[in-house]
Design a protein around this ligand. Structure first.
Ligand code: FES
Ligand SMILES: [Fe+2]
Length: 342
């Protein structure tokens, strides 16, 4: 089974931004809820390895992936009756992290208090498992369509990308790469010009811009767009929610709306989880799997491009050159730099 642990490097690099203490106060998506059934699943965020498992009452516990006894990772262990059992000497931890069994000791012997796991905040939302290493200063962004019965939600696997979450977020609010990177999907090399970008608070959760874009609609896109026209005009918006969440909205002339919530989670400075969640108000007649094929192909185009670029995106805007159409990504970077300074 592919789990979110696959692709995590042995050595985690956190010398540029991933170890910044400010980032510990935000929520990060690290797995699909269905990946932890019951686990254990090893993940990493901001350079720290965690183990996730689901207890007998259904709640997930997230804790450092290190057994306090002799430091074995817990994620190769097993979940038994809602408890995680360390694979080295069998010390056993219940939901919430309390050590409840030391197999080598007489059952009456008290468990040392230092044996309990120091858990971190974990919650489930939008079909994803989110963790926060510190005390949260902001909630998970609201997507009102999640409560709207005319929309359905489609989740995707969590992938590991060999690129920095800084480059991913910059890319996800950038529309000027569409005609260059997305030529295998919707990008039109004929439509490269971007009219003046006006940034605004889109709805209290995402800051960005609205725009109209002409896109190719090849045959394999018709399931997603709901149209067989060769070229379509989409009304779109793209906006970010610090530090690394991006939402794009797409509205077609047919009334079809397609929301794409793109999440980049730093595993370390230059390795990240990527997942996206779709909400759409179609007639639910096409299978979820078919609907998301096209978006997956778009994501693969971004991944291929970003994995060619080494290192972290310079945090200061002066480290790169920008054009007027890059206004949203310039603003994201300005605010992200401010967040890191605290
Ligand atoms: S290292 Fe986990 S039980 Fe010994
Ligand atoms: Fe892209």
């Amino acid at each position: 089974m592919t789990t979110p642990a696959d692709g995590i490097p042995d050595q985690l690099r956190t010398d540029v931004f991933a170890a910044n203490p400010q980032l510990r106060s935000y929520w990060y998506a690290v797995a699909r809820a269905t990946d932890v059934a019951p686990g254990p699943v090893g993940v990493a965020v901001l350079g720290e390895r965690l183990v996730l498992w689901r207890g007998s009452r259904g709640a997930i516990t997230a804790a450092p992936d290190r057994c306090p006894h002799r430091e074995s990772p817990l994620s190769p262990g097993e979940v038994e009756d809602g408890c995680i059992v360390c694979p080295y000497h069998g010390w056993t931890y219940e939901e919430g992290g309390r050590c409840v069994r030391v197999p080598s000791s007489d059952p009456g012997t008290p468990v040392p208090s230092k044996a309990h796991l120091r858990t971190v905040h974990v919650t489930e939302r939008y079909g994803l498992v989110w963790v926060c290493l510190g005390e949260p200063v902001a909630g998970i962004p609201e997507i009102p369509q999640d409560d709207d019965p005319s929309f359905r939600r489609i989740n995707n696997p969590v992938e590991v990308w060999a690129t920095s979450a800084t480059r991913m977020t910059d890319n996800f609010v950038d529309i000027t790469h569409f005609p260059w990177v997305h030529t295998g999907t919707f990008g039109r090399r004929q439509s490269t010009f971007v009219p003046k970008v006006e940034l605004e608070d889109l709805d209290g959760f995402f800051f960005g811009y609205r725009y109209e874009v002409e896109v190719n609609n090849p045959d394999h896109a018709s399931v997603t767009s709901g149209s067989t026209a060769k070229v379509l005009t989409r009304q779109m918006s793209s906006g970010f929610n610090l530090p690394f969440a991006v939402r794009s909205t797409v509205a077609y002339e047919t009334g079809l709306e397609h929301i794409i919530f793109m999440l980049s989670t730093p595993i370390d400075d230059v390795t990240s989880y990527f997942t996206f969640v779709i909400w759409r108000n179609d007639d639910f007649s096409v299978s979820a799997e078919e609907v998301i094929q096209f978006d997956r192909a778009i994501g693969a185009e971004d991944k291929r491009m970003l994995e060619r670029i080494p290192g972290v995106l310079p945090i200061e805007n002066t480290g790169t050159v920008s054009a007027p159409a890059d206004k949203a990504s310039v603003e994201w970077r300005r605010r992200f730099g401010g967040l890191l300074k605290g």
